[in-house]
Design a protein around this ligand. Sequence first.
Ligand code: FMN
Length: 355
Amino acid sequence: MEQVKLLPKTCLCCTPDITAQGLGNLPVTVGNLTLDPPVFLAPLAGITDLPFRKAVLRFGAGLVVSEMVASQEMVQAKPSTRARAELGFGNDRTSVQIAGREAYWMAECAKLVADRGARIVDINMGCPAKKVTTGYSGSALMKDPDHALTLIDAVVGAVEVPVTLKMRLGWDDDCLNAADIAKRAEEAGVQMITIHGRTRCQFYKGAADWGAISAVKAAVNIPVIANGDITDSHSAIQALKLSKSDGVMVGRGAQGQPWVLAQIAAEVSGKTYTRVPQGSDLADVILTHYEDMIRFYGPELGVRNARKHLTWYLELLEGGMELRNLIIRERDANVVMRHLIDGLKNCGPLIEAAA
Ligand SMILES: Cc1cc2nc3c(=O)[nH]c(=O)nc-3n(C[C@H](O)[C@H](O)[C@H](O)COP(=O)(O)O)c2cc1C
């Protein structure tokens, strides 16, 4: 996975059109849900699990999206397996994302998750992974808009809750059809569209093209959310300005800093964000997230899954890498906890805040 590149920081006063009116066209409404602030957490398979989404929601976000659910597998899973899929049902701020290539399974899965309490169903048409696209799911659907529309029709027809769509600019530079698909999706009843400003064939290379998202915004009357390489208020302002979209979605930029969505929302509206945790507050954030992971996955899997999150937190802290190296191979969840409690006391402030 490519590292997020921090874009050159722009001065807030250079973008009066955004700062004066606040974030996009605040707030974003989808069905009877008001998604405020319109700064959303992107679905990241293997990362934005329930404990991480909880960590983000503690600080505030307009919406968080579950990790993608494979539609056919979910419908055919044993009830006990399904029960373990902690998708955040019943939480007004959680959308459940489904993926697949067959209208029947997509509709059945949408019904299942909506019956279990999903407030929004999101259709994945952006995943570039080969194992997904070779099955003609995810972004491969952008190569066959007629087929994609049969899935969208089926899902919209299957549920009462709002259906949203997440896609890329197109399959490749010769197939930039996001605006056409968005228009057809809106006619089919989709209520919000998120665009990752890259094509599928770019995977995560190069920079997201926020300007290209404006063609989608111009084509539809439903909210459009810009996504890709948004990591702070400076990049969020640029993305909003160039895409003319109604909000932003942040993925990799939230790793190791679950407060960043709330910080973006405040700063883009011209406010100073005062809740960036430091010292013992930051230790509380990390320890609570770690405890949630151990509880959620159990000690064995929890300790393994927590490693990447702990690395992301600690690499942002002065002296954090020493602590990270101490815990990274440790298998005992309690030993890791003890090292964290002791070690976090000796770490310096967040590197960016200290700069
Ligand atoms: C590890 C990883 C997992 C992802 N999983 C999903 C997914 O399940 N569903 C989806 O629509 N997009 C997925 N994406 C794409 C992100 O939601 C997002 O569109 C992309 O990372 C660009 O945003 P960012 O630069 O803010 O991270 C994934 C991306 C990464 C790096």
